[in-house]
Each structure stands twice: as structure tokens, then as C-alpha cells.
Design a protein around this ligand. Structure first.
Ligand code: FMN
Length: 172
């Protein structure tokens, strides 16, 4: 059983040339993590392998973002997202993640692959303000309606700007 971790306000900032890489199976269990992932997550390779990727989940992150992520990659498309992750010690690190399905030679999805790089500080500011307002909506709506409530904030913002989520993420 995973012990609950208390989030702290200690941030670890990615370096310019860092890439945090991981691979999962179809169910989101980690099957590979590079050295930088091990460093930022604070877990050993042994602790990471075979574990659900929500081991990195920060409580400030939205259910709506992960729903969008899973819907996109299960539909065989790539997804770009800003994610606030939590390390084993409760500290956090922001990433700009690209997540893609991996295919076999017949075009079947056999797993997922994520490469994360350092996000722009200005984008982290924009996204954390947006996520904070969406998280408030999720908490007010309660578990059952959380995703619908926060998704409608995102949908309205995108409609206002005339952008898709991917376009927004790539534009900021
Ligand atoms: C390849 C891949 C990489 C992922 N990377 C992360 C990550 O870095 N941080 C994270 O919180 N979730 C990540 N996820 C999403 C998790 O699988 C999970 O959906 C999310 O943490 C929400 O967990 P929950 O549904 O238990 O709330 C990743 C999923 C895949 C397929």
C-alpha cells in the first residue's frame, strides 16, 4: 500500500536540457523510467517499475486533465499537457509533457510513452492560475460531477480563445 504523502511547498525546477522519460503498459503501470525521472520522482527504479503512474500525482492536479489525457491517447493520438507532479518527499515539479501511444507493427496500441521537458515559467503561471480555478470547481461539484464542472470552465475558455486544448497548450 502506498503511504499518503503530505505535499510541501518545495519546488524542484527542471534544468534546460533535462528530459524526464517514462513508459507505461496499457493500464498506466510504469515499465521504464530514465535517470532524470528517478531523480525528480525521488523513488528508486525498483519502487517505480510495475507501479501505477499516479504515484507522481499531485493533489493540485485536475481529474479533467487526466481524463483528457487518457481519452486522447486511447484514441491513438498524442497529448501535450502541463502537469504538476509530486515527488516522494512531497515536493513538486512542473513539467511540459508529451504523451504518445506506442504501436506494434499491426497498429495496435501496446503501451504509452511520455517525454517531459522544462516548462516556460510564464506558462506555469498561466496554467497554475487556470488549474486553481478548475480545481475549485471540481471540489465544489463533488466527486461525481467534478470532471463535468471543471471541463466546462476549460471548454468556455477555449471557445473564448477559439483554440483546441492542444493549441492552447502549445501557444502559451
Ligand atoms: C505514459 C504516461 C505517463 C504519465 N505520466 C504522469 C505523470 O507524470 N504524472 C501524473 O500525475 N500522471 C501521469 N500519468 C497519468 C496517470 O496514469 C493517472 O491517470 C493520473 O496520475 C491520475 O491518477 P488517478 O486517476 O488515480 O487520479 C501518465 C500516464 C501515462 C499513460
Amino acid at each position: 500500500m502506498k503511504q499518503p504523502i503530505t505535499p510541501t511547498s518545495v519546488e524542484k525546477v527542471m534544468r534546460e536540457d533535462d528530459f524526464i522519460v517514462s513508459k507505461t503498459d496499457l493500464k498506466g503501470r510504469i515499465v521504464y523510467g530514465n535517470r532524470i525521472f528517478i531523480e525528480f520522482s525521488g523513488y528508486s527504479e525498483k519502487e517505480l517499475l510495475g507501479t501505477q503512474h499516479n504515484i507522481s500525482r499531485h493533489p493540485d492536479m485536475l481529474r479533467a486533465v487526466f481524463k483528457l489525457l487518457w481519452d486522447t491517447i486511447q484514441d491513438k493520438r498524442e497529448c501535450n499537457a502541463y502537469v504538476k507532479n509530486m515527488a516522494k518527499d512531497g515536493g513538486f515539479y512542473w513539467v511540459f509533457a508529451n504523451i504518445t501511444p506506442s504501436f506494434d507493427k499491426d497498429g495496435n496500441v501496446i503501451g504509452f510513452f511520455s517525454v517531459r521537458r522544462k516548462p516556460k515559467a510564464s506558462a506555469v503561471k498561466t496554467v497554475s492560475d487556470l488549474y486553481r480555478s478548475m480545481l475549485g470547481a471540481e471540489q465544489r461539484a463533488g466527486a461525481r460531477d467534478a470532471i463535468t464542472a471543471s471541463t466546462s470552465i476549460l471548454t468556455n475558455l477555449l471557445a473564448e480563445k477559439g483554440l483546441s486544448y492542444d493549441e492552447l497548450v502549445l501557444a502559451i
